[in-house]
Design a protein around this ligand. Sequence first.
Ligand code: ADP
Ligand code: ZN
Length: 435
Amino acid sequence: MEHVYWNPTMETMPREQLRALQNERLRDVVRRVYEHVPFYRNKMQQLGITPNDIHGVEDLHLLPFTEKQDLRNNYPFGLFAVPQSEIVRIHASSGTTGKPSVAGYTSGDVDRWAELMARAMYCANVGKSDIVQVAYGYGLFTGGLGAHYGAERVGASVIPMSGGNTVRQLMLMEDFGSTALCCTPSYALNLADAMEREGITLDRIRLKSGIFGAEPWTEDMRRRIEEKMGIDALNVYGLSEVMGPGVAMECMAKNGMHIWEDHFLPEVIGPDGKSLPYGEQGDLTFTTLTKHGMPLIRYRTHDLCTLTDEPCPCGRTHVRMGRVMGRTDDMLIIRGVNVFPSQIEHALLQVPGIEPHYHIVVDRVGTLDTIEVQVELSPSVMSDTVRDLETLERKIVNSLASHALIHASVKLCQPGTLPRSEGKAVRVTDRRHLQ
Ligand code: ADP
Ligand code: ZN
């Protein structure tokens, strides 16, 4: 396989050289936040450190963490490191877990974001001759504009669809001959199902790559989407506080997402607040090295994953992050057992005869937590007898017990009856919080 890089110098830079660049950029960002952001100056003063104590990455552990709550406490613009007149764009997180956190970008930041999304496009073999359908939401959410700028940067023809309008998406996909699709994996699946429903066969579309992210998904889900759409489905990661999509992107090796380390310094933090070695799972944490509008020091994403610096066949030297299992806020505790929706997804997709559409309802009866997993049947098993369906249900219960270690009740639903997502899927209804 031939590899084309958007920025060969940076993407394949030997790691020692990359480290030297990070050292220099880290010193610079620490100085900038110390001088311009009272929050960071105060924190560093409390810890008894100044920018002179930070010589390079080896001193990272001396620096304070930043939590989402710190962004909320300084809402909306308190962590900006430049005068407001220098800010050209404001985004906010989707607010999945509470009040949105705000991010401000200088024109340099917007430019660097486009560059990193351009690298992501090239990772997916998307370039100048491609037609890119952006079905991430446009707006305060970073997905739409992030993908848009990256696709434009590589010279592709961009279709700024935004999310929703499923039938129209498909019509334009066919008529315009879109070759790449950017959206959440759950929406991609929704589109794939709608294709089937509308009788649009694969020979009528030209799609070859999908750049899917903004929510957790599994390898099983990747396979399903790839089969249904006849594409390579790649994972893209980002968060608005740190930049937006394109903080990390998978290459065609489909074996983890390269974190653009010339711009972001990743760490994985363990429960004791210490940085873990590569390979161990913990809380992904970023220090932004080149952001000017709102630089962040050791920002705790609360996304659980591992990092690896093993060489990648694509030749890029930047470390890779594994799939995000979920954010710690999404972890369900059912009768003392910790479980992420992504583990439930994995367990479900081991069982033939069901579709990757599911919803999890957690409740409490008396003092006992209950969990019901609702999942859709494939149209092919709809004609099965009641007895067959009971067997299928038992298989799902067993798979949930062995793969996700939970004892759930399973509700088989008719095809097409569970709510579909147009952006980030809502996987869980937790009725325990309503009581
Ligand atoms: P919000 O926190 O309101 O959802 P964002 O829209 O900025 O804000 O979403 C960022 C979050 O989305 C990340 O912290 C992560 O939890 C999730 N996310 C983004 N990309 C991926 C991905 N490829 N896989 C899993 N989770 C992802
Ligand atoms: Zn690679």
